[in-house]
Design a protein around this ligand. Structure first.
Ligand SMILES: Cc1ncc(COP(=O)(O)O)c(C=O)c1O
Length: 450
C-alpha cells in the first residue's frame, strides 16, 4: 500500500482549504484522505486504496455510495429542473416528499417546512415554537431546555441548546440563556439501575425544571434514544415517554431531533413513530437524501401551523427562508430513499444486520479496555477505558490514534473521544460488518498496547 499521508496533490488543499472540525495542527501533520470515488460502503483514494466507510460519511449515507437507484432518481430530476425558489412556487418532488413524510410519521405531524441542513431544521423549530407562544398569549415562554450531552448543530441558535462544552466554550458569552438539564447517563447511572429495566428515575431533574420554570419554557429538545455527538450515549424509550407526558400536561413543546437517528438507524424508520410518541416538532436531515445532497425538514402539527394565520402587518406569518429550500434534486433523491424504505422486506433484512453487528462485536465486549459496549439498531459503540477502569483524558486522543490505525487497515472511523463507534450504511453486508469489527478490534489493541 502506498503512503496515504504523503500525497503531492494535497499541496493545494493545505494552501487554500479550511476543513470543518479539524485542529489545524492535525491537518499539517496528517494530510486529509484524497477520496476520488466511492461505491457501496467503500471510499477509494487517489492511489486506489479502499476504506470501509464505518460512519456513513458523517452519518448521512444509507444505501451505499453510487447507488444505481438513487443515481437514476437524481439524473431523472436533473433533466427536468435543478432548482427553483420555493416562495410562491412549488414543485412535484417537494409535494411528493411532504406527503410521504406525513404518511410515515406520527399522525399529529401534518406540515413540512423545508430547509437545507440539520442545524437549520433546528433553528426553524426553535423559531416556530417561540413565535407560536408569542401569538397565543404566552410570550414569556422564550427559553428552551436541553440535555447535558445534547447536540443539535453548530449555528448560534442550535449551539444555545447544545450540552457539550467542546462546541460551546468559545461562544458562551453570546449564546441565548437556555436551560441545561442533567440527562440520562446509563453507563454511569447515578441510581445504579440498568437501562433495560429502569423507569427513567433520572427524569426527576427534568421534571423539576419543567415544574419550577414552566411559565418561561417554550420547549424541550432531545435526540431520541442516542445522544450521538456526546459519544453515542444510549438511553431507554421510557425517558421519552415521561418527557412527552410531562410536556403535554405543562404546555411545553417537545422537539425531537432525529437528524442522526432517523431513517432506519435504530431499526425502524423513526424513533417517534416506532415508540408511539407524538412530538410537536420533528427535525430530520442527514439520511433524508441517503447522503447525496443537503436537505432537511421540520415537521409540525396543524395546531402550530394554524397559529401563524394572523395579520400581514403584525408579521404573524413565519418570516423565514433559505435560498435552497426544498431543492428539487435533493427532494427527488429523498423520494427514492422513502421508496427503498417501503420495500416489503427492508426492515427484516435490516434486523438481521443489527443482530450480526451485535454478534460480531462480542470480541470487543470481551476486551479488558471495554468500559461498555452499547448498541441501538445498527449503531454500535465501545466506550474504552484504561485497564484499571479509569477514563482516558480528552488530551490523550486515543480515538484519534485508533482512527489512524484503522486507516492503515482499510476502515474509515471517526471516534468520539475514547468512544469507538460504528454507524455504517444500512446496505452493509454481514461480511463487511465482520471486517469492520475485526479492523476496529486490531486497531484498538495496537493503540492500547503501545
Ligand atoms: C442530532 C444532530 N442534530 C443536528 C445536527 C446538525 O446537522 P448539520 O451538521 O447538518 O447542521 C447533527 C449533526 O451531526 C446531529 O447529529
Amino acid at each position: 500500500m502506498t503512503d496515504i499521508f504523503l500525497n503531492p496533490d494535497l499541496s493545494a488543499d493545505s494552501r487554500y482549504v479550511w476543513h470543518p472540525c479539524t485542529p489545524l495542527t492535525d491537518i499539517e501533520s496528517v494530510a486529509p484522505l484524497l477520496i476520488e470515488r466511492a461505491s457501496g460502503v467503500y471510499l477509494y483514494d487517489a492511489e486506489g486504496n479502499s476504506y470501509l466507510d464505518a460512519i456513513s460519511s458523517w452519518w448521512v449515507n444509507l444505501f451505499g455510495h453510487n447507488n444505481p437507484r438513487l443515481n437514476a432518481a437524481l439524473k431523472n430530476q436533473l433533466e427536468k429542473m435543478a432548482h427553483v425558489m420555493f416562495a410562491g412556487v412549488t414543485h412535484r418532488p417537494a409535494i411528493e416528499l411532504a406527503k410521504k413524510l406525513i404518511e410515515r410519521t406520527p399522525e399529529n405531524l401534518q406540515r413540512v417546512f423545508f430547509s437545507d441542513n440539520g442545524s437549520t431544521s433546528i433553528e426553524v423549530a426553535l423559531k416556530m415554537s417561540l413565535q407560536f407562544w408569542k401569538q397565543t398569549g404566552k410570550e414569556k415562554k422564550n427559553r428552551f431546555v436541553y440535555l447535558k450531552g445534547g447536540y443539535h448543530g453548530e449555528t448560534l441558535g442550535a449551539l444555545s441548546v447544545c450540552g457539550i462544552d467542546l462546541f460551546r466554550k468559545k461562544f458562551e458569552d453570546v449564546l441565548a440563556g437556555n436551560i441545561e438539564v442533567e440527562g440520562p447517563d446509563c453507563f454511569h447511572c447515578p441510581f445504579s439501575l440498568n437501562r433495560e429495566s429502569c423507569h427513567a428515575e433520572c427524569f426527576e431533574s427534568m421534571e423539576k425544571v419543567l415544574t419550577d420554570q414552566n411559565s418561561a419554557i417554550a420547549g424541550v429538545l432531545v435526540e431520541p434514544l442516542v445522544q450521538g455527538a456526546a459519544g453515542m450515549k444510549m438511553y431507554p424509550p421510557i425517558y421519552l415517554k415521561k418527557l412527552e407526558d410531562a410536556c403535554r400536561s405543562m404546555d411545553v413543546h417537545t422537539i425531537f431531533d432525529e437528524i442522526a437517528v432517523g431513517f432506519g438507524r435504530t431499526g425502524s424508520l423513526f424513533v417517534c413513530e416506532s415508540h408511539g410518541l407524538q412530538p410537536d416538532f420533528l427535525c430530520l436531515s442527514k439520511g433524508i437524501t441517503s447522503g447525496y445532497l443537503p436537505l432537511s425538514v421540520t415537521l409540525t402539527s396543524e395546531k402550530i401551523y394554524s397559529a401563524f394565520y394572523g395579520t400581514f402587518e403584525n408579521l404573524d406569518w413565519f418570516v423565514h427562508s433559505h435560498s435552497y429550500t426544498a431543492n428539487p434534486l435533493a427532494c427527488a433523491v429523498a423520494n427514492e430513499t422513502m421508496n427503498i424504505f417501503a420495500e416489503p422486506n427492508f426492515f427484516n433484512e435490516l434486523n438481521e444486520k443489527i443482530t450480526a453487528l451485535n454478534v460480531s462485536c462480542a470480541v470487543l465486549k470481551k476486551m479488558e479496555y471495554c468500559g461498555e459496549y452499547r448498541q441501538t439498531g445498527l449503531i454500535g459503540a465501545v466506550e474504552l477505558q484504561k485497564k484499571d477502569g479509569s477514563a482516558f483524558a480528552f488530551e490523550e486522543r486515543v480515538g484519534y490514534q485508533i482512527y489512524l490505525e484503522g486507516l492503515k487497515r482499510g476502515v474509515f472511523m471517526r471516534p468520539l473521544g475514547s468512544v469507538i463507534y460504528f454507524m455504517p450504511p444500512l446496505s452493509i453486508s454481514t461480511a463487511e460488518i465482520d471486517f469492520l469489527v475485526e479492523v476496529a478490534h486490531k486497531s484498538i489493541l495496537t493503540v492500547m498496547e503501545k
